[in-house]
Design a protein around this ligand. Structure first.
Ligand code: NAP
Length: 534
């Protein structure tokens, strides 16, 4: 299969011919290759099967070639007419110049083979993985389908292995194999790499025709689906939830920047071990986010020493021998952010609020730098346990403000934007306990400018926004995957655009520029990485 063979299909359905024509024109404008005309949905929208005559008459005038179907209710279709009527409509579509007719394998009668259009035989399962898919595809081939299409519903991302493997058995004809829903999204985004014939996208602002469809522009621009081919290296982020992750946006931009044949997708994963065992073989590298940072420690071939000491990893990359190596780039990124403002940490008094995953990584890295670490956590036992491992002191959150500090780090989730907007206004640190000659680093970056950051700035402290750490950990991942440096300024700009707060980020970091203690150099600072260009 050569690169660029996958075609993007947009499903359209409307009650009248003008809207169908407009939908096809829009699909073409957004970059699709074909439209799928869903006669069953058109009939439902029009509440009148008579409207289908006019809709069928649009086929020769559509802006793109059409795949025509009238999906049977047994496969989640909306068709409510008789079977002879459905077959008659498909015959008219064939006569009118449809490029493809899509018919369910389960309802197939070889006497109805289209005369002009190519034939898709399809199999849909909205509740499971569709049974023995290789056998289903073999039956489609035996019926001389020009394309075999399966659309199934994974329970977890591990089921993507079934779809990936099916592509290896596509000899004998074109195959479109889709896993629906958010767990299945990577199957749509990797169709070019896997050699799929079609992938389905939705128009901007539309809901799409099946769960989990990406937009056409995301397929083309972010996931560069037309440039994908069998040699494309596959990366991604595993987490739950994962849809909010900025990582696909920035890592794909970095791959494109360097002209690398690689793609990065979001994997919604419930069981990380099952996912890695099923899919790890075709994955070149991973970012790992909540709640899986501990799950794969004993699944990789080796761990970098810092990740082993911390007992958590946010990255998997391949060594020269293809071995899977686990790393923790959160820790080094956090240290770099703080050192950029505070200078050397040896002997500095560092108070870390929190004893969860992020605090743990930071505590180990700070202790390695020779800082005197105090861990303050809501759950005191957890603080004591971490402190004992790191060689730090522990106290309760309430007791921490009375202790002197040079650097204050928030590793709790307090202040993070949640559905309850008021939560974002909270700070884990009393306003009155801020000091001017200190560095305050909030790992939370949604919102960019947290209450902690604002209050620290008002007290004259130097502040570091959590986005710097996020970008820093991504840079560490990218260099391990590719041996190259990711374009930091571009990544920061994209992240800021997505978070919608350039001004907030500028002011969050600007205070670090203007109030940095004299003689201390800054390197990982939003203002520096942006070069003042945004
Ligand atoms: P985690 O393992 O679940 O730990 C959460 C921590 O927050 C625990 O110490 C917990 O205390 C504390 N906490 C939660 N709610 C609290 C409350 N209402 N009052 C006081 N303490 C509370 O999570 P994590 O992975 O460490 O992530 C923590 C935060 O770090 C995230 O919210 C995220 O914003 C940020 N983060 C930033 C980056 C970055 O690159 N900038 C990367 C990862 C994470 P208990 O032990 O008492 O429950």
């Amino acid at each position: 299969m050569i690169a660029g063979m996958v075609q993007i299909v947009v499903s359209i359905a409307a009650a009248d011919p003008a809207t169908v024509l407009a939908g096809a024109a829009q699909a073409k404008a957004e970059g699709a290759d074909l439209v799928e005309l869903r006669l069953d949905r058109c009939a439902r929208l029009a509440k009148d099967h008579g409207a289908l005559d006019g809709i069928l008459a649009t086929i020769p005038r559509l802006a793109l070639p059409a795949v025509v179907t009238a999906r049977h209710p047994s496969e989640n279709g909306d068709w409510d007419g008789s079977e002879p009527e459905r077959q008659a409509l498909l015959a008219v579509a064939d006569e009118a110049g449809a490029a493809w007719i899509d018919h369910e394998l389960a309802q197939w009668d070889p006497r109805r083979r289209p005369k002009r259009a190519r034939l898709i035989l399809s199999h849909h399962d909205f509740a499971g993985m569709g049974g023995d898919l290789p056998a289903v595809v073999a039956r489609m081939r035996a019926e001389r389908a020009d394309m075999a299409k399966v659309a199934v519903t994974p329970r977890d991302a591990a089921d993507l292995a079934v779809i990936e493997a099916l592509h290896h058995q596509r000899a004998g004809g074109a195959l479109t194999a889709i896993a629906m829903g958010e767990h299945g999204l990577p199957s749509r985004l990797l169709a070019g790499a896997w050699g799929g014939a079609f992938t389905f996208g939705r128009l901007r602002g539309e809901a799409g025709s099946a769960p989990g469809q990406p937009t056409v522009s995301d397929l083309i621009e972010r996931y560069r689906i037309r440039a994908q081919g069998p040699r494309t290296r596959i990366f991604g982020v595993i987490g739950s939830p994962v849809a909010h992750s900025l990582s696909p946006l920035i890592h794909n931009a970095a791959f494109a920047h360097h002209g690398l044949d690689a793609v990065y997708v979001p994997f919604l994963v419930d069981d990380a071990v099952a996912f890695w065992r099923a899919c790890g073989g075709w994955i070149d590298g991973l970012s790992i986010t909540i709640p899986h940072k501990h799950a794969l420690l004993d699944q990789v071939d080796r761990l970098e020493p810092l990740a082993a000491r911390i007992g958590a990893m946010n990255t998997i990359y391949r060594g020269e021998d293809s071995a899977a190596i686990g790393a923790n780039t959160d820790a080094s990124a956090a240290v770099a952010c703080v050192e950029a403002q505070a200078g050397t940490l040896r002997g500095s008094r560092v108070t870390i609020l929190g004893a969860g995953g992020v605090s743990r990584a930071i505590a180990f890295a700070m202790a390695e730098r020779g800082a005197r670490v105090l861990i303050a956590n809501r759950g005191h036992e957890r603080a004591q346990e971490l402190a004992a491992e790191v060689g730090a002191e522990a106290c309760t959150l309430d007791a921490a403000p009375a202790r002197p500090f040079d650097v204050l780090i928030n590793g709790t989730s307090v202040g993070m934007e949640q559905k309850d907007k008021a939560a974002a206004l909270e700070s884990p640190w009393p306003r009155a306990a801020h000091r001017p000659d200190t560095v305050v680093f909030d790992t939370v970056y949604t919102p960019l400018e947290t209450a902690l950051i604002k209050e620290a700035q008002m007290a004259g402290a130097t502040t570091v926004c959590g986005l710097s750490m996020f970008i820093g950990q991504a840079l560490g991942q990218f260099s391990r995957w590719t041996g190259r440096e990711a374009p930091e300024g571009l990544l920061t700009r994209l992240a800021l655009e997505r978070l919608g707060g350039r001004d907030a980020a500028r002011s969050a970091s600007a205070s670090g520029e203007t109030r940095r203690p004299p003689g201390r150099k800054g390197t990982v600072n939003l203002e520096d990485t942006l070069g003042g260009g945004v």
